[in-house]
Design a binder for this molecule. Structure first.
Ligand SMILES: [Zn+2]
Length: 155
């Protein structure tokens, strides 16, 4: 499988990815982004077909803000323990604008995605809109964070 596959339009994605993009967009309704006004939604599908969504949650104490990707992953670990995350889609738009904007997952989220892959012994695909306005499907979080920090670093 290619590490990165790009698509010119959301319509070119596979149907599961398109559905997750749709669910991620829906999830932005629950963004709490009064400061950045940058609403982010994430949707994942688990190995039993369950779809879980999350949205970014900001705080007046800025460092406490939490990205949609980590919100949804921690919700999965808490509410669906033992199930594997197969794929995640992440979308963003400015508050009160419907048009999606490019949003590439931050380094912290990539680190957490990678830990999930280690935990579940299975890669998760990640779908997002790149700054080049193309949709990207990554074959795993591993490719999003080469040489990342993991448990072996602690030995
Ligand atoms: Zn993040």
């Amino acid at each position: 499988m290619k590490e990165f596959t790009t698509y010119n339009s959301v319509e070119d994605l596979d149907s599961e990815s398109k559905y997750l993009v749709h669910k991620a967009k829906e999830a932005t309704v629950h963004s709490y982004a009064p400061y950045s006004k940058f609403c982010v939604g994430a949707a994942v599908i688990l190995d039993d077909g369950t779809v879980v969504t999350g949205a970014n949650q900001e705080n007046a104490a800025y460092p406490l803000c939490m990205c949609a990707e980590r919100v949804v992953l921690y919700a999965c670990a808490s509410q669906h323990p033992g199930k594997k995350v197969i794929k995640m889609a992440v979308v963003a738009h400015k508050k009160n604008h419907k048009e999606l904007m490019p949003a590439s997952s931050c380094g912290a989220c990539r680190q957490v995605m990678q830990e999930f892959e280690h935990r579940q012994h299975k890669p998760m695909e990640v779908v997002m809109l790149s700054p080049g306005e193309k949709w990207i499907k990554c074959s795993s979080a591993q490719v999003l964070l080469p040489y990342g920090f993991d448990a072996s670093s602690l030995e």
